[in-house]
Design a protein around this ligand. Structure first.
Ligand SMILES: CC[C@H](C)C(=O)C(=O)O
Ligand SMILES: [Mg+2]
Length: 565
């Protein structure tokens, strides 16, 4: 391998590839195909979240092999697997408790393999919701030269000339419940919503986080919007394998790229695209991993200067593939950069700055209407708003996209589980003007801070979207929309005010004033707190028991290694 100025790129693997003492270690690698020459090359980990348990990840095996091919030109790549779970499959039942914890498990597993085998650099291939933040958390912790590859968005499903996606199926449940569609029609939607490989097609969490990571410069230009089944996706992976070798040569590390300004660029793109509220949790956790101080209040600073421009599902008409067809995320960023809304001098995994990358990007196509012009946005500022008040001293997050109103006041109908709330909706006990409260579903209390898509989609399907407010210490899927406020912190399980709410309390939600308030006297709240005791945690052993014991507040990203607080 002719390295530039013969620099030794084995920044960590030399402890294995040199000295007689490491002959046994090398013997193991010879069994997997290493030869003498390979021990002179940098060892590249290719972390793959390939799995058959979700359409998002079913094709990642091919992508990991393409990345390995790219890295093998000047490196010695080794593929290893991590896990994934599917939010779409876990939604609405106990399985969803394991969704957010899987982010930690994936990050921990990549960190563990990379460190245990002293690998020099990393290409991570992920797709479903938690994969992208988990891979970036691992990259932040490891701080070895790294490139992320997103598996790509799914194509829209087609039924009777209409585009469908997974949220269509969730919302069809509500339509079926009120008799708007028949059993047969519901079955048709089930059979056509997801046509093949790829992550959920709207501007949901997977596409949100992929776009955010491209905006941060940790994936190749255009790779967040390239569809899963496009031939370009495998070619991107090969280039990612080549790119990570160049990063090794140039001593470019995640900490050089994942700067505060890069996180501000990520937040800017999330706000402009109207992305998932999960970005609050994930970007905060990624920043913690790389040692950048990022709080939910940083989102608010960016939100106020960035308009919501994208007509993308869940509240808009289009899906990620439509955005890709009119220029993709690079074209959006090119427009934002021209408006002075991005830090163009941020370094990226191409070795160039964001501005230099965008010089090569095409503009949004003439006549397209996926992205609205700066002068006529969907909303003059970002749709993901941080609220505070006596209900959320540490903060809560409201998703305002697609709403005409910014204020809501109504009586609380309080439930201590998603199941209980779902039954109430199905029994028509939840009416227009109510504030539906679901609590004890936070990071510790859930545990795992489950997403409430089944509930929000049922409300939409029943025609109550935006007419009933949903307040929770849990979180929302990127597919949720309506008047929804999540991440209410502190959570009920730790004595947060949401745990003191009673049926009938009046709640005021005002996104202009960024207020989340219960109209209850302070003395009454004190009396309620005196009578409150924490319910027993649901899990006494295994993954969720460990998670409940370690997880932080949602306001800190629901991280599990918050030991320096
Ligand atoms: C569409 C919902 C998707 C499965 C999800 O969970 C998210 O976007 O967070
Ligand atoms: Mg999700």
């Amino acid at each position: 391998m002719e390295m530039e100025n013969n620099k030794d790129l084995r920044i960590r693997s030399h402890v294995i590839s040199e000295s007689p003492n490491r002959a046994p270690n090398r013997a193991m690698l010879r069994a997997v195909g290493f030869e003498d020459e390979d021990f002179k090359k940098p060892m590249i980990g290719v972390a793959s979240a390939w799995a058959e348990v979700t359409p998002c990840n079913m094709h990642l095996d091919k992508l990991a092999i393409a990345a390995k091919e790219g890295a093998s030109k000047e490196g010695a790549p080794l593929i290893f697997n991590t896990i994934t779970v599917s939010d779409g499959i876990g939604m609405g039942h106990e399985g969803m408790f394991f969704s957010l914890p899987s982010r930690e498990i994936i990050a921990d597993s990549i960190e563990t393999v990379m460190n245990a085998e002293r690998l020099d650099a990393l290409v991570a291939v992920g797709s479903c919701d938690k994969n992208t933040p988990a891979c970036l958390i691992a990259m932040g912790r490891l701080n070895v030269p790294s490139v992320y590859v997103y598996g790509g968005t799914i194509q829209p499903g087609k039924l009777n000339g209409k585009d469908l996606d997974i949220v269509s199926a969730f919302e069809a449940v509500g339509q079926h419940q009120v008799g708007q569609i028949t059993d047969k029609e519901l079955h048709e939607v089930e059979c056509h919503a997801c046509p093949g490989a790829g992550a959920c097609g709207g501007m949901y969490t997977a596409n949100t986080m992929a776009s955010a990571v491209e905006a941060m410069g940790m994936s190749l230009p255009g790779s967040s919007s390239t569809p899963a089944i496009a031939g370009a996706k495998e070619e991107e992976c090969t280039r990612a394998g080549e790119a990570v070798i160049e990063l090794l040569k140039k001593d470019i590390y995640p900490s050089d790229i994942m700067t505060k300004e890069a996180f501000e660029n990520a937040i800017t793109v999330v706000m402009a695209l109207g992305g998932s509220t999960n970005a609050f949790l994930h970007l905060t956790a990624m920043a913690h991993a790389v040692g950048v101080d990022l709080s939910i209040d940083d989102f608010e600073v960016v939100r106020r200067r960035v308009p919501h421009l994208a007509d993308l599902k869940p509240s808009g008409r289009y899906v990620m593939q439509d955005l890709n067809n009119v220029g993709g995320v690079p074209a959006v960023m090119k427009m934002l950069l021209k408006e002075g809304l991005l830090h163009g001098d941020c370094l990226t995994v191409t070795g160039k700055t964001l501005a230099e990358n965008l010089e090569e990007a095409e503009d949004l196509h003439e006549g397209q209407d996926v992205i609205l012009p700066m002068g006529n946005p969907k909303k003059k500022d970002g749709p993901l708003v941080v609220l505070r008040g006596n209900l959320a001293p540490e903060g809560a997050v409201a998703k305002m996209s697609g709403l005409q109103v910014t204020k809501f006041q109504g009586p609380a109908k309080v439930f201590d589980s998603e199941d209980a709330a779902t039954k109430a909706i199905m029994n028509n006990e939840i009416e227009e003007g109510d504030v539906l409260v679901i609590r004890y579903v936070g990071p510790k209390g859930g545990p795992g801070m489950p997403e409430m898509l089944s509930v929000t989609a049922m409300l939409v399907g029943k025609g109550l979207g935006g007419k009933v407010a949903l307040l929770t210490d849990g979180r929302f899927s990127g597919g949720s929309h309506g008047f929804v406020i999540g991440h209410t912190a502190p959570e009920a399980q730790v004595g947060g005010p949401i745990g003191l709410l009673q049926h009938g309390d009046i709640i005021t939600i005002d996104s202009d004033e960024q207020l989340l308030q219960m109209e209850v006297e302070e003395s009454e709240l004190k009396a309620r707190l005196n009578n409150w005791t924490a319910p027993e945690l649901r899990y006494k052993k295994g993954v969720l028991a460990k998670y409940s014991a370690l997880v932080s507040s949602a306001a800190k990203g629901a991280i599990t290694d918050d030991f320096n607080n």
